[in-house]
Design a binder for this molecule. Sequence first.
Ligand SMILES: Nc1ncnc2c1ncn2[C@@H]1O[C@H](COP(=O)(O)OP(=O)(O)OP(=O)(O)O)[C@@H](O)[C@H]1O
Ligand SMILES: [Mg+2]
Length: 214
Amino acid sequence: MTELNASIPLEIEQLKALEKKHKIDFVLDDIQDLISESLDGTTRVTEIVNNLKGFAHQDSTDKKKMVDINDCLDQSIKLVHNELKYNTELIKEYHFAPLFYCISNQLSQVFINLLVNASQAIDEHGKIHILTQSKGDQIVIEIRDTGCGMAEETIQNIFTPFYTTKEVGKGTGLGLSVCYDIIKSYGGRIDVQSTLGEGTTFSIQLPIRESDTQ
Ligand SMILES: Nc1ncnc2c1ncn2[C@@H]1O[C@H](COP(=O)(O)OP(=O)(O)OP(=O)(O)O)[C@@H](O)[C@H]1O
Ligand SMILES: [Mg+2]
């Protein structure tokens, strides 16, 4: 009995030590989660910063030149071919479009963002129709898809930086706001028409200046 009594404080100490250890285990589990969440966050921030830096970098280093819009579209299509090939049938309808004085990488960035969005909006299989033409003093580029379309609330927000309906890690919500800024910087406009369940059309207008036709 005395022996038993004497061992109790020891067991209590051992139990307390165990309890402490388990608390530490909980904390360690939490730390694991915190670290992986922080890593996810850091990766996302890096992606966003790279996206912004890419835009700023092109702006300051690339030179403006006369760009054939149809060639620029074809180059952009090549760059996103892997993303489009599984679910998308591309239909090109290129009409005569004058050369446009711009930084070709910037225009390409616009086309790439629109094409990737269109492909991501298509579930199993769909079409992306690309049309170029000149109308009066405007070059018109239309990218139309037979994807999921957008609800009114989405349409209202698409050009807002960081607005996305895509799952975490898939979209930063910067694509269209970058497109908007680039097109605006050339004095153009970008409009959207969309019907939920039917598809979406992005339409870009760029002003043809005297210098562009020479
Ligand atoms: N063609 C489209 N069809 C349907 N919804 C679209 C289409 N294009 C854009 N959207 C909607 O607009 C939102 C914003 O598009 P945006 O390109 O700016 O960001 P994102 O594609 O979500 O992310 P990021 O382009 O930065 O990877 C999308 O999340 C999507 O809800
Ligand atoms: Mg996008």
